[in-house]
Design a protein around this ligand. Structure first.
Ligand SMILES: C[S@@+](CC[C@H](N)C(=O)[O-])C[C@H]1O[C@@H](n2cnc3c(N)ncnc32)[C@H](O)[C@@H]1O
Length: 226
């Protein structure tokens, strides 16, 4: 086994998506992050061990910063898994804020519920188990932030649902939009890559949004609703 291989294997799953800033720069960025509290640290360890694809602390910090910068009080999250990103949102929206957790897997939701209680944020979070897109389509209110982290094939469909349910000045944020660099392939064949390419094209072309992609970890699209 080569030394570099040994080093890679000690990284948790969610860090394997770093392809823009890999190696020493990536290690440096992660070394700068403040220590997480006990519950978040435990979730990161669990996600690493069980290959749960969480955003990880570098991206989670951006999410929380964006919520704090915009004074967000309501967040709708599509694809929450064990609730790691949900907790970062819940901390940002404050005691009077509201975060909607959605996941199709009820075992994820049960695990998330336990973490929310231990993190002291369960009263700010509504847990919804089932199809996130369907639940979003039923929403009558407009949110401050909509965060998209579901199956990638569904990204174009998510985009079609978002605009009427996001307030003007609100943020539509989407993870994995660089898809480990596969968006730059000459002739992509994978369905997920094609869907992300279509999504990025539609998002940048939309008159409803002002969009940039932050090349952090696996690429984070931040779109401001005009
Ligand atoms: C990448 S993980 C979410 C990670 C989470 N945002 C975090 O960073 O902590 C994606 C999750 O979305 C869920 N999912 C995918 N498609 C979905 C859908 N259409 N409706 C609800 N959940 C979905 C999967 O079960 C999976 O747990």
């Amino acid at each position: 086994m080569t030394p570099s291989k040994t080093k890679k294997e000690t990284k948790p799953e969610w860090r394997h998506f770093n392809f823009v800033t890999n190696g020493p720069v990536d290690d440096y960025l992660y070394s700068m992050l403040p220590k997480r509290d006990e519950v978040l640290a435990e979730m990161e360890a669990y996600a690493g061990l069980h290959k749960v694809p969480i955003v990880g602390p570098a991206v989670a910090r951006v999410l929380q910063q964006l919520a704090l910068m915009t004074g967000a009080r309501t967040v709708f999250e599509l694809g929450s898994a064990i609730g790691y990103s949900t907790i970062w949102w819940a901390q940002a929206v404050g005691e009077k804020g509201r975060v909607i957790y959605t996941d199709g897997d009820s075992r994820n939701a049960e695990r998330a519920r336990g973490y929310f209680e231990r993190a002291g944020v369960s009263d700010r979070i509504t847990i919804h188990t089932g199809d996130a897109l369907e639940f979003l389509s039923e929403q009558k209110q407009q949110f401050d932030i909509i965060f998209n982290d579901v199956d990638k094939e569904d990204y174009p469909r998510v985009l079609r649902l978002v605009s009427p349910r996001l307030r003007k000045g609100g943020l539509f944020i989407t993870d994995n939009v660089l898809w480990s660099g596969r968006v730059a392939e000459r002739s992509p064949r994978e369905a997920a890559t094609k869907a992300i390419l279509e999504f990025n094209r539609l998002l940048y072309g939309s008159a409803d949004f002002y969009t940039t992609i932050l090349p952090i970890r696996d690429g984070l699209a931040v779109a401001l609703k005009r």
